[in-house]
Design a protein around this ligand. Sequence first.
Ligand code: NAD
Ligand code: NAG
Ligand code: ZN
Ligand code: ZN
Length: 397
Amino acid sequence: MAEKKNNNILRNFNPSETRGKIITCKAAVVYGPEEAFKIEEVEVHPPQKMEVRIKILFTSICHSDVDAWKAQPESRRAFYPRIFGHEASGIVESVGEGVNDVREGDYVVPIFQAECGECKLCTCEKTNTCESVSYTNTVMLSDGKSRFYTTDAKPIFHFLNTSTFSEYTVVHSACVVKLPSVADDTRILKRLTLLSCGVTTGVGAAWNVANVHSGSTVAIFGLGSVGLAVAEGARARGASKIIGIDINPHKFIKAQAMGVTEFINPKDEEKPVYEKIREMSEGGVHYSFECSGNSDVLRDAFLSSHEGWGLTVIVGIHLTPKTLPIHPMELFYGRRIVGSMFGGFKGKSQLPHFAQQCLQGVVKLDDFITHELPFHDINEAFQLLIAGKSLRCILHL
Ligand SMILES: NC(=O)c1ccc[n+]([C@@H]2O[C@H](COP(=O)([O-])OP(=O)(O)OC[C@H]3O[C@@H](n4cnc5c(N)ncnc54)[C@H](O)[C@@H]3O)[C@@H](O)[C@H]2O)c1
Ligand SMILES: *[C@@H]1O[C@H](CO)[C@@H](O)[C@H](O)[C@H]1NC(C)=O
Ligand SMILES: [Zn+2]
Ligand SMILES: [Zn+2]
């Protein structure tokens, strides 16, 4: 530890004093749907068997946090108080029994998409999902208990198996990825925070799920971090035309600097957006990506691809009872549609290599960080994302 470069932000980090004990620290706790975050003291219990306790150094906000904060996935049921957050980076404070792949002092990112490495899904090359992954009810850890308590001993619900809006969190070891050793430099660790969700999701959708080829045409619906990470992945693969579609014209300036070559604001169009895209791409794009989470665009995304070979990838999370607006017969023209979580990356086994590629500059990370704020300004950071003003706001803990 002594020679690490992060001494400055780690001055209160003494794992030998906290290991095996309850840690009292600050967390952003939410007591009801859309209620302001309260920064308050919580008790974080030690990691149990196969768990890891992480001191979070940076966390950022993804649209999935906003949806959950509005209590959309759980139809506003009462999973409160709760600690949200799933995109973060930090340092391992201690590990529970049986954890061998990370140890105290390792720099890590938590991942909501677990990779246990042993189940039927993990041992299959065709998927990055894992039997221990649940998207609908990730409110506790695997034993059904919380590791977070209020100072008056009430349990606090977890979120997406990660709960990163806290100075310390406890996650299953299947949800922890060890970063390259250069992450001991704070500036590098800060950038790698983005690999915990948004950038990995978007770049992976382009690389692993669509397998975008050189010279191809691409349409991206929704130019937040996830959509722009798709653009970055497509640019890195040599796509010749990247059409960005967003109802917020402010997104276009940033997107242009990040490789998006053409823009459509659906509000400015009289004809259906898919027709416009077909005109711009000789009959349709090779690949279209839904990254807005708005189900109204799904049909346009599907029809904007070229018949015969077009592929639509759904990346946005659609918390709606509506089903896909596609008739089965329409699939006979050869357009395909797939969904993807975490960019199709198997987190534990493939993220370390992806991190190296990012550090080598294959993927540029800096442009995604539009704001930085201290942790206690988390409410302001949330509003920046909701208002469409930020891509990622990094909170410093
Ligand atoms: N599948 C996964 O693994 C995964 C991982 C992370 C995030 N997500 C989801 O990806 C989506 C994007 O996340 P983000 O953090 O980039 O969000 P964001 O809020 O930063 O970006 C969403 C963008 O979509 C635009 N938009 C909204 N309605 C639109 C419409 N009708 N047409 C065109 N554009 C529209 C918004 O203006 C905004 O720019 C969310 O649904 C999020 O939950 C999925
Ligand atoms: C994630 O959370 C769910 C429910 O809250 C739990 O059943 C599951 O075991 C957890 N997975 C991991 C890898 O922690
Ligand atoms: Zn996310
Ligand atoms: Zn598994």
